[in-house]
Design a protein. Structure first.
Length: 252
């Protein structure tokens, strides 16, 4: 089994390990997102990795036994079929759409938060597309990945509302960042990473971090010291609008 994926003959032949995208698929899906969110189903990390539907550097690879079981599960649901040649497989349905849009992305926002409650994701990924839509992946405590496509502004608003919120805390140069994070009721690490691709393999490049911590009614916003990356320093951005603007800048 190779990493080549197709559901119908592609418009142009894919490179090694790349997804074959049917003619008109991207345009049709983008037009559909303009009318509302397009939900693409829920999958385990093993099922996604089995079809290269999530960036490689974000997750530890499951064992061969777990991946083999994921392949059997996808095949049983008719989401994974043998291709027209011996070295290809077909990824069908909504999962095939997720594969196509993930491989088009060249940037990922990875947000992880503490202090979540039952039924709430603890991690959200945003993979922006050139058409100002985003593939959004919500990951819950059981490792289930809920995938959907949303308008860019809608995805960003949804992420901002999920992150820790509070009135802006005044930046304090003497702030003990470790003590703040330990005592925070809810905190989050947001990382934006640019990456390139060789076939189906993603290669991480430059990244930017933003740290949010709510203590009491105040929201503290920190970033990494450019000269000492291991140090966290407070910034002036706070409150919902301030966080939203920072996220927009990180994804610019």
């Amino acid at each position: 089994m190779s990493d080549d994926h197709s559901s119908v003959p592609p418009e142009t032949p894919p490179g090694p390990g790349e997804a074959s995208v049917p003619p008109g698929l991207v345009t049709a899906v983008v037009d559909l997102v303009d009318t509302g969110p397009v939900l693409l189903g829920a999958y385990t990390i093993a099922e996604l990795i089995a079809v290269d539907a999530i960036v490689d550097f974000l997750e530890a690879r499951p064992s061969d036994e777990v991946l083999a079981e994921a392949v059997r599960s996808l095949a049983a649901r008719q989401l994974l079929l043998a291709g027209s040649t011996g070295d290809q497989v077909q990824v069908r349905g909504d999962l095939g759409i997720a594969v196509a849009f993930q491989q088009r992305a060249r940037m990922v926002l990875d947000a992880r938060t503490t202090g979540t409650v039952a039924g709430e994701p603890w991690r959200i990924l945003l993979l922006p597309q050139p058409e100002r839509i985003c593939m959004v992946v919500r990951i819950d405590a059981l490792g289930v990945h809920q995938i959907g496509l949303y308008k860019f502004d809608e995805a960003l608003d949804m992420l901002t509302d999920w992150l820790p919120r509070g009135s802006a805390a005044d930046p304090d140069p003497a702030l003990d960042a470790d003590a703040l994070l330990t005592s925070a009721e809810r905190s989050a690490l947001v990382t934006v990473t640019h990456y390139t691709a060789e076939g189906s393999a993603e290669i991480a490049g430059a990244s930017t971090d933003l740290i949010l911590a709510r203590r009491g009614e105040r929201l503290h916003v920190l970033s990494r010291d450019p000269e000492h990356r291991e140090r966290l320093v407070p910034t002036g951005a706070g409150g919902r609008d301030g966080v939203h603007d920072r996220l927009v800048a990180m994804l610019a």
